[in-house]
Design a protein around this ligand. Sequence first.
Ligand code: ATP
Length: 233
Amino acid sequence: MLALQGLGVAYGGVDAVRDLSLEIDEGEIVGLIGPNGAGKSTTLHAIMGLVPVRSGDVLLGGRSLRGCTPETVAQRGVALVPEGRRIFADLTVEENLRLGLAGRRTREGAGEDIERVHELFPIVREFRQRQAGALSGGQQQQLAIARALVARPDVLLLDEPSLGLSPTVVDIVFEALARIRESGFTVLLVEQRAQRTVALADRTYVIGNGELRLTLTPDDAGDTEKMVAAYLS
Ligand code: ATP
């Protein structure tokens, strides 16, 4: 579905991502973890066309996205939920969700898709009349993901959905991610919570200093030594 082939991205001549290759098949959740500054967000931004690709390629269903604007990338079926839960605080939960419908490529099935995200995120249904700004951080994160999903993207990119949330709320977000996985969505998940991501994802790529270091499978989540080594390598 989505493939990075030798991706390279630089800011002002300084490499942020180097020769990164990875693949996400349809229906997979793939994790991307690594220390601060490793190049995780930059990778998502390059896929989305928010920063220029310097070398290599980004392929969606075999077609290159290189050089596409973020609007074109979205139209081709990629959605990004950026770091920091950007919901519209003054609008209701339902209005926020409806804004996600604007990103759809077809008007058909909108009602069903809203129904489906309501099932995935019961709080989005329960609090639909509330002002989004009155929701807790974890609820806002669920709303941000739900809004991306109603656009029915072929690939969903999530940038650190658990950032800044308390441990119990992190549990709620990861439970929601597990439900998203069961619903068959295709997801690239950038996270700092390494162990939980490795346990959830079909495959997790570890990057350090812009380069691929290691690929982990759910079995590795219990292997503390391997997890620590992945970060120190
Ligand atoms: P974090 O978890 O802190 O978000 P990350 O793995 O997502 O880290 P990036 O944000 O992709 O890492 O950053 C990779 C490198 O690129 C870092 O060295 C960072 O300082 C640099 N960088 C990121 N954005 C910019 C920018 N807009 N201009 C210049 N350098 C940048």
